[in-house]
Design a protein around this ligand. Structure first.
Ligand code: FEO
Length: 396
């Protein structure tokens, strides 16, 4: 059993079986579904876990409270990785009151048919549990419309829902200063960019709303409990939600037979010769898009290229560009290139993506290659890489 502080317990579970979170995003280190229990005059749970893990979950709860009932269940977020056990919990604790905001209570009925013993709370309302007191802060769209955060004032503990969450199972320890957190930072960026990345403005609004609260612990629904690294994780969320970047270049390409890949390599070599050190090259068909998106959230420069395919753009690149656009990524320096065997469409399609959806600042001249590199297209690729590097370094 893991105690966070002063009768607040971790009762969450770890999923090391699932390959893809939301059926989309790889989980090389697994994922945790965090739930917390406050053992006071009133027993209160904060969020639940995915229903497949209910047996483990109810065992964790009973390890803390034995045969005592749960009085309250606070629902910060209704996505089923956190709400999935509500209906079963109700069977164990029929008198348990479910506390949520209006939107959460609407979703309770829709997902689980739960309509009785629900208590609607509004922004800034509080309930007392005994020594602990909970105040509810509505933070819509971090990451669904019903999301809220719950603040426990006696221990200065924020139950933050998905915010400040991180992919990766918890392997023994729960609080950051009890574990080696080296693996967390890239996985936090990948979690943010993949799952929450579209909602930069709501995250900024939430950060402003919470700015005055003293924080000793942040208890998210995924990943470690933050205690020693609170400033770092809040800073990361602030930076990521502002789409802030560091100088560096992500080059991602589609390729079928290596000709378009060669263009990417020439661009990268030219950028390197121009003095740029942080250059990442990704084959979009090999590296899962979640990792590419993670790095696009980090770095200011982005160059993409792909072959023409069926008189359009190579499918994997189309998907990646849609994923970038869907997250409203802003303020990137953008270059592009493409190839064709007999009729070029790739460069035109990427241009259309930028004109209509991405709206990034174009750098250099797009390069269009027929069949394979020749002296002219090689020089054009070099010019593109050089132009991007010079712009990134000049803006540093
Ligand atoms: Fe972890 Fe938005 O649910």
């Amino acid at each position: 059993m893991n105690i966070i502080n002063n009768n607040i317990y971790y009762v969450g579970v770890n999923d090391r079986n699932k390959s893809l979170f939301e059926g989309l995003w790889p989980l090389p280190y697994g994922v945790s579904y965090n739930s917390y229990l406050i053992d006071d005059d009133k027993v209160c749970l904060i969020d639940t876990v995915e229903v497949d893990f209910f047996a483990r979950y109810i065992s964790n709860i009973r390890e803390v409270i034995g045969s005592r009932p749960v009085d309250y269940l606070v629902i910060n977020h209704m996505e089923p990785d956190h709400s999935g056990s509500i209906a079963l919990l109700r069977q164990y604790y029929p008198d348990m009151q479910v506390i949520g905001n209006k939107k959460a209570i609407g979703m309770l009925e829709g997902f689980y048919g739960v309509t009785d013993n629900c208590v609607e709370v509004k922004n800034a309302e509080s309930i007392a549990l005994g020594k602990h007191s909970l105040t509810f802060h509505l933070t819509p769209m971090v990451h669904w419309p019903e999301t809220m955060m719950t603040y426990e004032s006696a221990t200065q503990t924020l139950f933050s829902g998905d915010a400040f969450g991180c992919f990766g199972a918890l392997n023994g320890g729960v609080i950051d200063d009890a574990i080696n957190t080296d693996w967390c930072w890239d996985e936090m960026t990948r979690y943010y960019s993949n799952i929450v990345g579209k909602y930069g403005i709501p995250v900024q609004n939430a950060l402003k709303k919470l700015a005055g609260l003293p924080l000793a612990y942040i208890c998210s629904t995924h990943g470690p409990v933050w205690h020693s690294y609170i400033d770092k994780v809040v800073g990361m969320y602030d930076s990521m939600s502002r789409y802030a970047t560091v100088p560096g270049l992500v080059i991602c390409y589609g390729t079928m037979y290596g000709n378009t890949e060669r263009m990417a390599e020439v661009i990268a070599e030219a950028a390197s010769k121009a003095g740029l050190k942080d250059i990442l090259l990704y084959n979009v068909s090999k590296t899962h898009h979640s990792y590419i998106l993670r790095d696009i959230f980090k770095y200011r420069g982005l160059i993409v290229g792909a072959p023409t395919y069926n008189a359009g753009l190579y499918h994997e690149m189309d998907v990646l560009l849609a994923e970038i656009a869907n997250r409203d990524v802003k303020d990137r320096l953008f270059g592009w290139f493409g190839s064709y065997a007999w009729a070029g469409k790739a460069v035109q399609k990427i241009t259309e993506w930028n004109d209509t959806r991405l709206h990034f600042e174009a750098v250099g001249t797009p390069v269009e290659m027929k069949q394979s590199l020749n002296a002219e297209t090689q020089a054009q690729c070099e010019a593109l890489g050089r132009a991007m590097a010079e712009k990134l370094l000049a803006d540093e």
